[in-house]
Design a protein around this ligand. Structure first.
Ligand SMILES: [Zn+2]
Length: 343
């Protein structure tokens, strides 16, 4: 597969700290402008540096290797005068935080979070610190909290599972969300979202056509207490769709999707809850009056502590003319299954 965008060439020297990283960005993308005072001022426009460029620069600058570990991030922070603190706070929605106090900067992450989530949190907080430090050089209008939050999550995902490395990996291993998560030691959500991100800007090498994939991640919210002692139900957490399908489909419309084969019918939700890993070879995907032949792979993640039920279910759907899911099913050892009827 080819990717239609390429990362910028490296210009790294021997940088060390997050401050130096900010200085490099400003020197690369800032401009010396004489605004009439006679002495030119360095003006940096943050909008000239996209989150994806910032993430690529960060990876090159700190020469990151993968999977990216908590220890490596802590080393970068400590080397930059940023103290990383494990927070014991429970029950708060925020997964991390950062602050500056008496000239010192602190990053917090939740001690009880899984390691992949801790790495994500530290990267998220680092982005907010970088954003703040870049402000010092910028003639910036303050950006809204929600935009910075969204960009911080995007930055964290791109640094944890970088598109260029994902592309290399999937060219060898196929569109395997579970394997991708293992390779980059990230969350299933990051693996799925980043895979879709890469496929959205890629084309098949032989045909130059886009790579259409619908991906869904269902999770059992095991962190939620259930007074009856029963496991919480699987709930849809993430939905991605790459270009190349002849229809648009939004998350709120997923309930109108159905699958058909030999007179049998099944909904997406039922597929997720069926309890089996499946490969559906050439079934009809129906939505909004259209019928499209597709392949479907349903893969499960089980935890040793809850062996009886999957805690995560990944569903991937691709048009039947793309052989990629057939290869994935073969890698998982899945035989092609018949579609079952709804209970
Ligand atoms: Zn934040």
């Amino acid at each position: 597969m080819n990717q239609t965008e390429t990362a910028p060439p490296s210009t790294a020297t021997t940088p060390q700290t997050v401050r130096e990283f900010c200085l490099e960005l400003v020197s690369l993308y800032g401009q010396l402008i004489d605004q009439g005072s006679g002495s030119p001022q360095l003006v940096f426009d943050r909008s000239t540096v996209s989150v994806s460029l910032l993430a690529d620069r960060f990876i090159t600058f700190f020469d990151l290797s993968y999977p990216l570990t908590h220890a490596r991030l802590e080393e970068i922070c400590e080397g930059s005068g940023i103290t990383v603190v494990a927070s014991k706070i429970q029950g708060h929605k925020a997964r991390g935080g950062n602050c500056s106090y008496q000239g010192k900067t602190y990053v917090y992450y939740k001690e009880g979070d899984p390691p992949a989530a801790q790495v994500h949190s530290i990267l998220h907080e680092l982005f907010e610190i970088i954003e703040r430090w870049l402000h010092g050089f910028a003639e910036l209008r303050p950006r809204s909290h929600s935009i910075v939050e969204r960009e911080a999550n995007d930055f964290a995902a791109r640094v944890q599972a970088p598109p260029a490395r994902i592309l290399e990996w999937i060219n060898v291993n196929g569109f395997d969300v579970v394997g991708l998560r293992r390779k980059f030691d990230c969350s299933y959500a990051t693996a799925l979202i980043q895979l879709a991100e890469v496929l959205s800007t890629s084309v098949f090498t032989n045909t130059h056509d886009p790579v259409p994939m619908i991906g869904l991640l269902y999770e059992r919210p095991t962190w939620r207490r259930n007074p009856t002692g029963r496991l919480p139900r699987l709930a849809l957490r993430y939905f991605v769709k790459t270009p190349g399908f002849p229809f648009s489909l939004r998350k709120v419309e997923l309930g109108r999707v159905s699958f058909h084969q030999n007179g049998r019918t099944c909904s997406l939700k039922r597929l997720a809850q069926c309890g089996s890993q499946l490969f559906l070879d050439q079934v009809d995907f129906r939505f909004d009056g259209g019928t499209y032949p597709v392949h479907v792979v349903v893969s499960h993640v089980r935890w040793r502590s809850i062996p009886q039920k999957p805690v995560k279910v990944v569903i991937q759907i691709m048009p039947a003319h793309c052989p990629s899911l057939r290869t994935l099913a073969a890698n998982y050892g899945l035989q092609s299954s018949e579609l079952f009827e709804e209970d």
